[in-house]
Design a protein around this ligand. Structure first.
Ligand code: ACO
Length: 325
């Protein structure tokens, strides 16, 4: 069977207009700008307007990614939306986005791996493309975590924001090679024994409610550093590459201290780490494509650069990916 590699043909993102600063949060819960900045690096985050949904944010990001790829909705035959905050229990928000962009062919579905969702979606789309089952895929991460936060819980509500990012992947003939553009390798893991450390306490089957996010922050922090460092070592090793080959580190934007902890462990210089956490907070599945778009638009990430991505999220789910842009 012929083999295709998945090349990033376009990147786009979208952030809601409304900004919630640390000063605003001081008026809502017992916290301070100093505590939030010191412990997380976050200064502000974007919050979806009333009535603005994950599907709306994802649609704008998808349109921007299509524009950047020079493609139209009719060129796309697969949409995978990574989200833990869908518009409705069903249908999949991906099909809502499909209709919004005017795509009337192919197939679309949601995928939930929480903060690791974008990496899972990227690997899934890559498999469809590799087998020739899709030619051009939109891989979107979009979230409205503001809707599942307990706004009276200072230990969680200060950490998250809303937003969406997307990439267009296109299949090009040939297996992935080190020097060629495309997804080189990805590595995914999960371990359901840690559900209690990071979860939402509601859902259609269990409580018939949406629920609120609950997290044992310092334990998640500990697991994040260990698991992410191990998955990065694995993905690099499998690909026969080392940290010194990496041009840009684009991590899930959970917390500046986690980013620094991992970079230090890997020996990755600060100037090669893309961080958007100060301006956007943790946007879960949206954070990696949002950071990719930021660093591509400002000229840091260029065609041919080797990008290393990683994430850890509820479940736990985690993983890493290597992409030559
Ligand atoms: N403002 C002021 N004080 C606070 C706040 C706040 N917003 N939140 C907690 N505190 C207090 C606590 O009550 C505690 O007080 P105490 O000592 O009197 O009991 C103190 O600050 C320290 O609390 P810790 O939880 O130990 O603080 P820590 O240094 O661990 O920082 C944080 C907390 C920022 C949540 C950190 O643990 C973290 O980033 N964890 C990882 C989160 C993460 O990466 N999530 C990614 C996945 S998210 C997803 O998948 C959906």
């Amino acid at each position: 069977m012929s083999r295709f590699r998945s090349v990033v043909a376009g990147i786009g993102s979208y952030l809601p207009e409304k900004i919630l600063s640390n000063d605003d949060l001081e008026k809502m819960v017992d916290t301070s700008d100093e505590w939030i900045r010191q412990r997380t690096g976050i200064k502000r985050r974007h919050i979806a307007a009333k009535g603005e949904t994950t599907g709306d944010l994802g649609t704008e990001a998808a349109k921007n990614a299509l524009k950047s790829a020079g493609m139209e909705a009719g060129d796309i035959d697969l949409i995978i939306l990574a989200t833990a905050t869908p518009d409705l229990t069903f249908p999949a928000t991906a099909t809502i986005i499909q209709a919004n962009i005017g795509m009337v062919r192919g197939f679309a579905f949601d995928l939930n791996a929480v903060c690791s969702g974008f990496l899972y979606a990227l690997a899934t789309a890559d498999s469809f493309i590799a087998r020739g089952q899709a030619r051009n895929a939109l891989v979107i991460g979009a979230e409205t975590f503001s809707r599942i936060l307990d706004w009276e819980d200072r230990t969680t509500c200060v950490l998250f924001g809303d937003g969406a990012g997307a990439v267009v992947l296109t299949g090009e003939p040939g297996a992935p090679g080190m020097g060629e553009r495309g997804i080189i390798h990805s590595y995914l893991r999960s371990d359901g024994r840690f559900t209690d450390l990071l979860y939402v306490d509601g859902g259609p089957s269990k409580t018939q409610t949406v629920g609120h996010l609950r997290m044992s922050g310092n334990q998640v922090f500990r697991h994040a550093i260990t698991n992410i460092a191990a998955s990065i070592a694995k993905v690099l090793d499998d690909a026969g590459l080392t940290v010194s080959d990496v041009d840009w580190f684009v991590p899930h934007q959970a917390n500046q201290r986690i980013l620094e902890g991992i970079s230090r462990r890997l020996g990755l210089p600060e100037e090669r780490v893309v961080s958007t956490v100060a301006e956007q907070g943790n946007t879960s599945a949206a954070s990696i494509p949002l950071a990719l778009d930021t660093a591509s638009r400002d000229g840091r990430i260029k065609k041919g650069d080797l990008v290393l991505m990683e994430a850890l999220g509820g479940g736990f789910t985690w993983g890493a990916a290597l992409v030559r842009m």
